[in-house]
Design a binder for this molecule. Structure first.
Ligand code: NAI
Length: 251
């Protein structure tokens, strides 16, 4: 184990799968105490169990980031258990599978925006005092859909643009109070979210994924390394940025 996050308490949402789980593993390797949050309770517990088996300190919380009551309860639980939060990774998210504006239902729109954007607002607000107190760091998972159209449908693209704005506002409002916030914007990453898409042969977007300079999609640990950088002291002068990790998709 290295020590880039030694002794830091990190809350990671969506830590039961994909990028969130990879971030949890990477953070634990660097000495962080991990609170794995996920609406999928067994998945969050599995992440925490894996980390503990590897010698790290970790615990899991069942939390729906779109529910203020659920978020408040989890925030209180973390603060009771660990006394502080040093790093927050707002990563939980859902996809809208390229649904066009015409075909997006009000329910689907609300669900995507509630999880991807409101969830970030609720979790950050619930932990804000602790983050200010400890000079905390926030890393929000946006997407290249936070800067271009076509990486998702209208609800997803709107939510991920919202994440970029939320991150900038957070960095501006609380930077001077010691909270450093940034967003990470992944391109295509192989996770539970995208496996059904990546398995389809004739989906036009896959042509784009293969034609990026890197020539392939990413694995979750390749995003986790950037999240680690942004969370670590190496990024101490990086504020409110949209850090693109997309194999060159958007250049
Ligand atoms: P994933 O589906 O593997 O993991 C997402 C996790 O979030 C799951 O464990 C899920 O249970 C959890 N989650 C969903 N709704 C939740 C809620 N209401 N409360 C708490 N947890 C909830 O997906 P992946 O790919 O790891 O996604 C992580 C983040 O990365 C998302 O924000 C996604 O939009 C973003 N992203 C993913 C890309 C990809 O190609 N996979 C590309 C760009 C961004």
């Amino acid at each position: 184990m290295a020590d880039r996050l030694a002794g830091k308490v990190a809350v990671i949402t969506g830590a039961g799968s994909g990028i969130g789980r990879a971030v949890a593993e990477r953070f634990a390797e660097e000495g962080a105490v991990v609170a794995a949050w996920d609406v999928n309770e067994p998945a969050a517990a599995k992440t925490a169990k894996t980390l503990v088996e590897r010698g790290a300190m970790a615990t899991s919380f069942a939390v729906d980031v779109s529910s203020s009551a659920s978020v408040r309860a989890a925030a209180a639980g973390v603060l009771e258990q660990f006394g502080t939060v040093d790093v927050l990774v707002n990563n939980a998210g859902i996809f809208d599978y390229y649904t066009t504006l015409r075909d997006t239902t009000e329910e689907a729109w609300d669900r995507v925006l509630d999880v991807n954007l409101k969830g970030m607002f609720l979790v950050t607000q619930a932990l804000l005092d602790a983050l200010i107190e400890g000079g905390g760091v926030v890393v929000n998972t946006s997407s290249i859909s936070g800067m271009i159209a076509g990486g998702g449908g209208v609800a997803y693209t709107s939510s991920k643009h919202g994440v970029v704005g939320f991150t900038r506002q957070l960095a501006l409002e609380y930077g001077k109070q010691g909270v450093r916030a940034n967003a990470v914007l992944p391109g295509a990453v192989e996770t539970e979210m995208t496996k059904p898409l990546l398995a389809q042969k004739d989906l036009p977007i896959l042509e784009t994924v293969r034609s990026v300079p890197a020539g392939r999609h990413a694995q979750p640990d390749e995003i986790a390394d950037t999240v680690l950088f942004l969370a670590s002291d190496e990024a101490r002068f990086v504020y409110g940025t949209s850090f693109v990790v997309d194999g060159g998709w958007t250049i």
